[in-house]
Design a protein around this ligand. Sequence first.
Ligand code: NAP
Length: 251
Amino acid sequence: MKVVVLGASGEIGTELVKRLRGQGIEVSEAHRSTGVDAYAGTGLDAALTGADVVVDCVNVTTTSARKAVDFFGTVARNVSAAATTAGVRRVVCLSIINAADPAVNAKFGYYQGKAEQERVYAETLPGHRLTFVRSAQWYELARQMMSSLRLGPVAAVPHMRCRPLSAADAAAALADAVTAESNDDVEVAGPDVLDLADIGKAIAQRSGSPRWVVGIRFGGAAVRDGGLVPERPNVVATTTFDQWLDAEFAA
Ligand SMILES: NC(=O)c1ccc[n+]([C@@H]2O[C@H](COP(=O)([O-])OP(=O)(O)OC[C@H]3O[C@@H](n4cnc5c(N)ncnc54)[C@H](OP(=O)(O)O)[C@@H]3O)[C@@H](O)[C@H]2O)c1
């Protein structure tokens, strides 16, 4: 089996490549510095030739609905067209639990982009060639947010009630979906319901930076009040936040 990982240098892409290679699977890493621009559409046809499965882990950092919808929709359209031309057996799209729900994403531009990504894939690929793996938020997301929403010693993290997990556990579920016989969609979440702002505060306390973390109201009430929490995830990851934190900051 040959798998192309789009976004292979990212937070989850790196973990996924490691995990698939650990299972003896042939993996091709694709992102812009390997000559593949999934948004511009360049290098995709060559990258997908001979692939059995393509995993879309590409990302853009934005809070703008316009930018997110344009980016994720365009990438999905380009990947879908290249996968069809190359005769790829299956595309696995990494998405986010409940992000496509208009009741959840009405005030969250990035999630509107994820909704467009799912819509374009579903419209352009037949169901038997498409799998959505929808993950809950990762512990690492709090760290990503603290680095982009930072002013000197102060960082902000939105209050998001979610059921988070480690990116490594999400990558494991993604790898299982890549190698599964069935192409059923999968929801993967963590062991506990937590507020992402508290995760940010705990990471900052352990690392000593930033000095202050403030929880902010951002992205609408549904995101704060449990709209992101899945009812019955298919996969429940076992690494707790405290275990992840201890491993991250182990001497
Ligand atoms: N963070 C979470 O909690 C969470 C939860 C569930 C799902 N997800 C989803 O997981 C996916 C990956 O997120 P991440 O945080 O791992 O991403 P990330 O760390 O921001 O990495 C993004 C990856 O996309 C590549 N990329 C960006 N623009 C590209 C382009 N035009 N063409 C080709 N490659 C491009 C980047 O490489 P280059 O810059 O070298 O091109 C990099 O490899 C996203 O779809 C996100 O919505 C995230």
